[in-house]
Design a protein around this ligand. Structure first.
Ligand code: SF4
Length: 397
């Protein structure tokens, strides 16, 4: 199983409990971004062009633990930026595991070999290594040669040391189903425990705006991939119903509160992908966000989104409501031949709003007034910003 049985049982118990207590909105996975700083500059990333003062901000160990206390989700995914640049990361992971939270530590893998000794294998802990396909696909996606080789070497090392390792594979327009299928075969042969896959979200700040998938192309791509995977033993960390959704078989609406995000700015509204404002507390996020204004069909920026941040939670809730349905999809795999379900109408979506510059200005003012001083130096090697594979592998924050 890509997800250990005990984890599935605990998460299932948590979901059922939320339903029984009548809680309308609840988090399934707490997303933590303790820093935006990264040691790569991927073309499809929308989070790396902040000013240095913001990139130098960190969530402290205590702030990460407090975020967990506030949200109470059973699973925590730590992303960024590159989390391994955060010098308190081993303590953050240890603290969260100590609370019996299932922690996925996302990384591009460049620092993994160097930092591996700072972590211990645990049923509550998994590395989640970013790999957007085979060597050519991934190195093109992260705009740097050699990253695939380094990341896969680190995966093999982590597996040999007894760690759980999954990969995080984002697919873009132009992905060839046969190559993706061959890549999934390759990572299974490497011994990874699971694959998490999704289409890239069209971040408005991403340098490359030409290669994001629309929903129709997304569904066709995943259908073609899953057709090639029939009879194979690919292990996915996601719900079978989310995979069925990617293949065009579920008429799901977004559940943005299912994976709330805490960053150095606060609690991001409305979701991991869209930064339309920030709440000071988790309660404020849940109570004061106009959730109905977001999601495909409601908002222009959500039109093409099929990302797990919004739809995996919908799939999990559907599994609780229709257990026979998930059992069938789990047994036979996503449907790849029947007509797809109708697409959500975009006729009444509200137009996109753009507030990035204003948000950055607010954060810069907050930093300059000393409300929360920047933590951690910029990653520099020999007096210049580190931006090559070998630079960052030798550097540590
Ligand atoms: S559809 Fe949902 S998850 Fe996707 S960008 Fe919109 S609010 Fe976020």
């Amino acid at each position: 199983m890509a997800v250990p049985l005990m984890q599935a049982v605990r998460v299932g118990r948590y979901v059922v409990k939320q339903h029984l207590t009548g809680r309308k909105r609840y988090p399934l996975v707490l997303m933590l971004e303790p820093l935006f700083r990264c040691n790569l500059a991927c073309a499809g990333c929308g989070k790396i062009d902040y000013p240095a003062q913001i990139l130098n901000q960190r969530l402290s160990l205590q702030e990460c633990l407090d975020a967990d206390t506030e949200a109470g989700a059973p699973v925590i995914a730590i992303a960024g930026g590159e989390p391994l640049l955060h010098k308190e990361m081993p303590q953050i992971v240890k603290g969260l595991i100590g609370r019996k939270k299932y922690v996925y530590l996302c990384t591009n893998g460049l620092l993994l070999e160097k930092k591996l000794d700072d972590y211990e294998p645990s049923p509550f802990f998994s590395w989640d290594v970013h790999l957007d396909g085979d060597q050519l696909m991934h190195d093109a996606s992260v705009c740097q040669e050699g990253v695939f080789e380094r990341a896969t070497a680190a995966i093999r090392l982590a597996k040999s040391r007894g760690f759980r390792v999954s990969i995080n594979c984002t697919l873009f327009d132009g992905a060839v189903p046969e190559r993706v299928a061959a890549f999934f075969d390759e990572v299974m042969a490497m011994g990874v425990d699971g694959i998490m896959t999704a289409p890239g979200y069209a971040y408005e700040r991403a340098p490359d705006q030409a290669h994001f998938l629309n929903r129709q192309k997304t569904k066709q791509l995943f259908r073609d991939i899953f057709r090639l995977g029939k009879g194979k033993k690919w292990r996915f960390t996601q719900s079978p119903l989310f995979l069925n959704f990617l293949a065009g078989n579920e008429n799901y609406h977004c559940t943005p509160w299912g994976k709330p995000l805490r960053t150095v700015f606060g609690w991001q509204r409305p979701c991991y992908l869209l930064g339309e404002g920030y709440a000071k507390t988790f309660k404020e996020l849940m109570d004061d966000t106009a959730w109905e204004q977001y999601g495909t069909g409601a908002y222009e920026k959500c039109a093409d989104c099929m990302v797990h941040s919004g739809y995996e939670s919908t799939a999990v809730m559907d599994a609780v409501a229709r257990p026979w349905h998930i059992a069938k999809v789990a047994l036979f795999g996503p449907e790849t031949e029947k007509p797809m379900v109708p697409e959500i109408s975009l006729a009444n979506q509200r137009p996109a709003e753009y507030g990035y510059e204003e948000q950055v200005q607010q954060q810069m003012e907050r930093i300059s007034t000393g409300a929360k001083p920047a933590r951690g130096p910029r990653v520099r090697v020999n007096g210049r910003p580190a931006n090559t594979v070998s630079d960052v592998a030798d550097a540590a924050d």
